[in-house]
Write a protein of this length. Structure first.
Length: 145
């Protein structure tokens, strides 16, 4: 498996085809791809964390990770995101998974499950939004960069 840099447009095209429950990302800090024999088999999009509890310059978030099912592609990408974040000066990486997802690829890449997050809507009376994401409970995973 080979690591390749991607543009957000390239990564989002793959996400459109292969991500189970999220639309393409709106922005990013960087995108990585996994190739096998010149064929793109997975992507990871890393951006700013949405949580206000973290310092934006110290923490990045894997906002999308998608593969075509190629064995070990997901863990390969999560490990690569961690290394890339470290070289860019981030001190921590985080991501979220639905509680229905095993997290095996994150564990294989050295990430730790650190919190349970209750599913909720982002819409508020003073700031109405249409929810385009699953409202299920989630786990937060972290890795030191």
């Amino acid at each position: 498996m080979k690591l390749v840099p991607l543009t957000l447009r390239e990564a989002n095209a793959f996400v459109r085809l292969h991500h189970r429950h999220h639309p393409p990302a709106r922005g990013c800090r960087f995108c990585l791809g996994a190739e096998v024999d010149g064929r793109l088999v997975g992507v990871a999009i890393v951006g700013r964390t949405s949580s206000k509890a973290y310092k934006k310059r110290e923490v990045c978030e894997v906002t999308r990770a998608a593969t075509d099912g190629t064995r070990n592609a997901n863990s390969f990408l999560y490990a690569a995101c961690r290394r890339a974040a470290q070289t860019q000066g981030y001190v921590r990486c985080l991501t979220y998974t639905l509680t229905s997802e095993s997290g095996a690829s994150l564990r294989a890449a050295g990430w730790r499950k650190v919190a349970f997050i209750k599913g909720r809507s982002w819409s508020r009376p003073k700031r109405r939004r249409v929810d385009r994401h699953p409202l299920q409970d989630k786990f937060r995973w972290e890795a030191s960069a």
